[in-house]
Design a protein around this ligand. Structure first.
Ligand code: 0WE
Length: 258
């Protein structure tokens, strides 16, 4: 079995109990990792309360606010990790956002601000978090991010997020190249569509899921647990030779031409 005992893992991107990030956190915990969790702070503290309710059973040793649009919050997270943990081994990046006007209609009508905000939150944040994690990953490490097929092929309405995922996947390669000599591996998981808070807000997601159920080789969608198991593998010594890759966890959907 996958063994992550003695490893410290920071997981970003949990919004509720359907989040892919929660599937990953649970599998890392099951493999014996010590967890830190970040949440998106809001003025009413709703997310903090919600995310805490979700993660409470796995007893995270760190629970920190982190809005990746704010450099100071990113720095605070890694300062806290440096004070609490002897080293950081694992960084899980499950963050994405595009305004609604970047997720439907004519792609050529995407507003500049929507485009730059989506790239900032969904792609630049991996660069910023990896740069802040680098000095703490003193015994090597593993960084895993979540991507989607819409970053390499045209998926209707994915629009601005597709460009953000393309940038994210290229970030994986540049970061893998830089951090490889430190024995820090950087990989992505391209997950098939799953019903989550983020995807449920998207019109037509159920039709997409039905399409996958009809056409993917496995004739079903993937689960958060399956993505979590792949992340646990990538973070383990079993994946010691894998870096700069994007692994598809999509029931095989992406191999089909028709
Ligand atoms: O990456 C994603 C979704 C990320 C996402 C979702 C939202 C909805 C609410 C980013 N920003 C927002 N902004 C909001 O206001 N997926 C892979 C799920 C997804 O999103 C789609 C998809 C699929 C699949 C959007 C259009 C078409 C397909």
């Amino acid at each position: 079995m996958i063994d992550l005992t003695g490893k410290n893992a920071l997981v970003t991107g949990i919004a509720n109990n359907r989040s892919i990030a929660w599937g990953i956190a649970q599998q890392l915990h099951q493999a014996g990792a010590n967890l830190g969790i970040t949440y998106l702070p809001d003025d009413k503290g709703r997310f903090e309360k919600k995310v805490w309710e979700v993660v409470e059973p796995i007893k995270p040793s760190l629970f920190l606010p982190c809005n990746v649009e704010d450099d100071a919050q990113i720095q605070s997270v890694f300062t806290a990790i440096g004070e609490k943990w002897d080293k950081l081994d694992i960084l899980i990046h499950c963050l994405a956002f595009a305004d609604k006007d970047g997720l439907s209609g004519d792609f050529s009508s995407s507003p500049r601000q929507t485009f730059s905000k989506a790239l900032d939150i969904s792609a630049y944040s991996l660069v910023a978090l990896s740069g802040a994690a680098k000095p703490l990953m003193t015994q090597g490490g593993s960084i895993v991010t979540l991507s989607y097929l819409g970053g390499v092929r045209v998926i209707p309405n994915y629009n601005v997020m597709g460009i953000a995922k393309a940038a994210l996947e290229m970030n994986v390669r540049y970061l893998a190249s830089e951090l490889g000599p430190l024995n820090v591996r950087v990989n992505g998981i391209s997950a098939g569509p799953i019903r989550t808070l983020a995807s449920s807000a998207v019109g037509g997601i159920l039709d997409m899921i039905h399409h996958v159920e009809k056409t993917a080789p496995l004739r079903r969608t993937v689960t958060q647990t399956e993505v979590g198991n792949t992340a646990a593998f990538l973070c383990s010594d079993l994946a010691s030779g894998i870096t700069g890759q994007v692994l598809y966890v999509d029931s095989g959907y992406s191999i089909m031409g028709m």
